[in-house]
Design a protein around this ligand. Structure first.
Ligand SMILES: [Zn+2]
Length: 408
């Protein structure tokens, strides 16, 4: 039993028109008019497939295909929002593969003991409302509903008002409930599967993430009359840390990545010595103790940089998510599915956050990765060939059948 690749492709081409950019990318920010249109289209398809559709108080959409027993459902799905000028595969592909799985079950007349429910999560990207994965976070009880409702976009519009405006403020409570398993297919967003010629990534978990804000305070002065020997330049200290952050993974673990993504220089003009620099440091690793070690190295680098330039500094580790291992039973089901298809596969960790991360807090969760061309995502170049999507989609189908206990 296999998915229908042509039907999947047709659905993908159709849905990808909503929010399409002139150069073939996608801009479909959460709770915009484009998001409303794409939701309406999906709900239409879900109803055509005979699913019982419900919407919760965070606008998460669920479409249930009944099981034979009154037992918790297997949830499969992803998200439909994108970043500005992003690509068509991130999120949307997972939602449509889940729909295709359900359509294929119908074609084959297969019954399962557990219901199979298509799940679409609101505002996964966090591009419009922060934080990212806000709606699965509420569902998992990790983010308060009130805080989520009060999140504002850069124009000051509230998430709650926008949910209501597009007609997706649903009546169902957005709370933890019994779920047999959550399984999400997603593009890898990195180069490993492509490099190794594997169409299927069996995702074992999501790496831990730490965010640090580092501020250097130097002495702002004129760039002309101030001799070099009396300068205390905040940007020079910050540059030392940028290089140090680049070196930290090499001192800790081969899986670690570390990035300075933001550097705010004040006053930020050509003829003044920078008096203040605010910088961000993002460090990720599969192991929490390695993150802790890296943060120690970062603190030392900041101290040394400040001392050598004669500036002061403040350092705040303000966000930290521990590594999320996925459920062994779900991971094994994915691996068995890939194996039984004869698809090349490998175990892999996700370096990016996904709704599956929050779902793992309330139910057995797992993910399937398909390759990203050149490892690229969040850009119009995002691409996966259909020959590489099909093995992943079929893995989703077979793993879902195993978890939902196929009866026939
Ligand atoms: Zn995504």
């Amino acid at each position: 039993m296999r998915i229908n690749q042509e039907r999947l492709k047709a659905a993908f081409d159709g849905l990808g028109k909503i929010g399409e950019t002139p150069d073939g990318g996608l801009t479909r920010l959460a709770l915009t008019d484009a998001d409303r249109l794409v939701r309406d289209r999906m709900v239409g398809w879900m109803k055509e497939a005979g699913l019982r559709v419900s919407v919760d108080r965070m606008g998460n959409i669920f479409g249930e295909r009944a099981g034979t027993d009154t037992v918790p459902p297997v949830l499969i799905g992803s998200h439909l929002d994108s970043v500005p000028t992003g690509g068509k595969y991130d999120g949307q592909l997972g939602v449509l593969c889940a729909l295709e799985v359900i359509r294929s079950l119908d074609d084959a007349g297969i019954r399962t003991r557990h219901p199979v429910t298509l799940a679409i999560f609101t505002n996964e990207e966090g591009a419009r409302f922060q934080p990212a994965m806000i709606a699965s976070g509420v569902m998992a009880g990790k983010i308060a509903l009130e805080d989520a409702y009060n999140a504002r976009d850069r124009d000051g519009l509230r998430l709650l008002d926008e949910l209501e405006r597009i007609g997706y403020l649903g009546p169902e409570p957005c709370v933890p409930r019994p779920i047999r398993a959550y399984l999400e297919l997603h593009i890898e967003q990195g180069p490993l599967l492509e490099e190794e010629g594997c169409p299927v990534g069996v995702v074992e978990g999501i790496v831990g993430i730490s965010w640090t804000r580092l501020t250097f305070y130097g002495i702002q002065d004129h760039a002309g009359p101030t001799p070099m020997r009396i300068r205390h330049d905040a940007l020079v200290a910050a540059s030392d840390v940028v290089r140090a952050v680049r070196a930290i993974p090499g001192l800790c673990s081969p899986a670690m990545v570390a990035t300075v993504g933001r550097l705010e220089v004040s006053p930020g003009v050509p003829n003044a010595i920078p008096g203040k620099v605010v910088m961000s440091v993002d460090i990720r690793d599969p192991r929490d103790e390695e993150l802790t070690r890296a943060l120690g190295l970062l603190e030392r680098a900041a101290r040394d940089a400040a001392a050598s330039e004669g500036v002061s500094y403040e350092l705040a580790h303000y966000w930290r998510v521990p590594p999320t291992p996925f459920d062994p039973e779900v991971v094994d089901a994915v691996e068995r599915a890939a194996k039984s298809l004869g698809a090349r596969h490998r175990r892999i960790l996700s370096g990016a956050g996904h709704d599956a991360q929050y779902m793992a807090a309330i139910c057995p969760a797992g993910m399937i990765f398909v390759p990203s061309k050149s490892g690229r995502s969040h850009c119009k170049e995002e691409f996966t060939a259909w020959e590489e999507i099909a093995p992943g989609a079929n893995t989703l189908l077979l793993a879902t059948l195993e978890l939902a206990r196929q009866i026939r």
